[in-house]
Design a protein around this ligand. Structure first.
Ligand SMILES: Cc1cc2nc3c(=O)[nH]c(=O)nc-3n(C[C@H](O)[C@H](O)[C@H](O)COP(=O)(O)OP(=O)(O)OC[C@H]3O[C@@H](n4cnc5c(N)ncnc54)[C@H](O)[C@@H]3O)c2cc1C
Length: 436
């Protein structure tokens, strides 16, 4: 049996670990066009700020890889030849597979305005991008950042940490409007301003102006010009679907996979950012661009490739991230609507976060510590915790476990209610019942 995995991200590696836990004898091959192999992509943000060094980005040791007994091929898969159970590598050689996992991830949407090919126009997908940004930052004084979601702020923070003056352009009047509420956006914006970031609202890029093939300024649709040496963008990502366009796999926004991570071809599986996975609980197929779901999907795909029948049960997506220096946990359904700064989905994002049914809101704390709860009829359906994170883990467990909060629901809804205390007390009792 030959298992082939395309992509060396967390989904691909989790699949290898799962296959080996079931099948000690089968041949496993991983192919990736990323020369850096498997590393923490969320960690790239902290690499930019200087808080993490190269070595700390690698979650696994050589020893671990050796125990998994797989071969790693550096190269690009250029075609999948389904009827022959084969792949074409770099447009030349061929490789056969019995079971195939497509775990090729997603890629930043390009900026499609004049000047976007100039040196100094940067994005943050891969390790190589992060290195390029650091190299260019050394000879830069001013940067402009466009886009939304977590990555736009990571770029902003990284460039600030490298001593650049940063202008952050927003198309609307506030940051990340389909996930954060107005007060949360204001908290983040206030902190960015305090760090020295110049925020520009209701602005849109018209053109990037170059000098000697390097970024020299940006021109806005209002006519204003901002001089800069770097233009960093994070306007959304898109699953990498080039390989599967013409091979009759079912596609929507990503590769459609059932709860076993299997596509409509029983020998081809898809997992991670490239996959749009059926969720039996909601009955819909959704895109996530989060590390944990990618890892869990890779695991389930690996088990099923090796002959087990394991279902992926999606838990409410959560992310612990940092927004303008403020640790923020986002769990379940928290917002809705459109954010003009992002097309589709961003990095570290989930479509489920914006799948908000009618819900009541309880919140308190608007300074450094803030919590917002989305309350359904009997359960919590989402939460945002900013600053103090004591309750983020309990909330995650209560939301995922569908804790019946009827006994505190009315109390939570009272204006100025001490919601943190109510949740903390409830958690003590519920945790015992749930045997956590
Ligand atoms: C800057 C940044 C910040 C992030 N922040 C967060 C966060 O805060 N929280 C969170 O949960 N998630 C975050 N994420 C997202 C998270 O890292 C991804 O969801 C996760 O890495 C997806 O894993 P994957 O295995 O599906 O794909 P990837 O990690 O994208 O791996 C895909 C691999 O496939 C390779 N590949 C693609 N096409 C081919 C081909 N044709 N041939 C060979 N190889 C190919 C690529 O080079 C790549 O190595 C962040 C990501 C980035 C980049």
């Amino acid at each position: 049996m030959r298992y082939v995995i395309i992509g060396s991200g967390v989904a691909g590696y989790a699949a290898i670990e799962a296959i080996r836990s079931v099948d000690q004898a089968g041949e496993i091959m991983m192919i990736s066009d990323d020369p850096h192999g498997y590393y923490s992509r969320p960690g790239l943000a902290y690499y930019l700020t200087g808080e993490l060094q190269d070595k700390t980005l690698y979650p696994r040791t050589q020893d671990h890889y050796q125990k998994l007994k797989f071969s790693f091929l550096k190269g690009r898969v250029t075609r999948i030849l389904r009827s022959e159970h084969a792949l074409e590598l770099d447009g030349k050689s061929r490789l056969n597979y019995d079971k195939l996992l497509i775990a090729v991830g997603a890629r930043a949407l390009p900026l499609e305005i004049p000047g976007s090919k100039l040196e100094g126009v940067v994005k943050l997908d891969h390790f190589a991008d992060a290195r390029n940004i650091l190299k260019l930052a050394k000879s830069s004084r001013t940067a402009v950042v466009v886009g939304g979601g977590i990555t736009a702020l990571e770029l902003t923070e990284g460039l600030l940490a490298r001593g650049l003056k940063v202008h952050y352009l927003l198309r609307s009047d506030r940051y990340w409007s389909n996930v954060l509420d107005e007060r949360e956006s204001k908290m983040v914006q206030g902190r960015l301003q305090a760090e020295g970031v110049e925020l520009h609202y209701h602005t849109e890029l018209k053109e990037i102006i170059g000098k000697k093939n390097r970024v020299a300024a940006v021109q806005l649709k209002s006519g204003q010009t901002i001089k800069c040496d770097l233009l960093a963008y994070a306007i959304g990502i898109r699953p990498c679907l080039e390989l599967v366009q013409d091979i009759d796999l079912n596609l929507d926004r990503g590769i459609l996979a059932d709860e076993h991570l299997q596509t409509n071809d029983p020998d081809i599986f898809a997992a991670g950012d490239v996959a749009q996975v059926f969720d039996p609980l909601s009955g819909r197929a959704v895109l996530d661009s989060l590390w944990n779901p990618a890892r869990e999907q890779g695991q389930v795909a690996g088990m099923n490739m090796a002959g087990r029948k394991t279902a992926y049960l999606k838990s409410p997506p959560f992310n612990v991230t940092r927004l303008a220096g403020l640790t923020t946990t986002i769990i379940g359904a928290v917002g809705r609507g459109r954010d003009e700064d992002i097309v589709g989905i961003a990095r570290g994002d989930s479509e489920t976060w914006r799948d908000l049914p009618d819900a009541l809101v309880a919140q308190n704390g608007f300074d450094i510590n803030h919590m917002r709860l989305l309350i359904g009829e009997k359960t919590l359906i989402g939460a945002i915790v900013m600053g103090d994170q004591k309750l983020s883990w309990p909330l995650q467990k209560m939301i995922a476990g569908g804790a019946d909060i009827s006994s505190i629901r009315e109390k939570l809804m009272v204006p100025e209610a001490p919601i943190a205390d109510l949740i903390a007390d409830f958690w003590v009792t519920w945790r015992k019942q749930a045997a956590l």
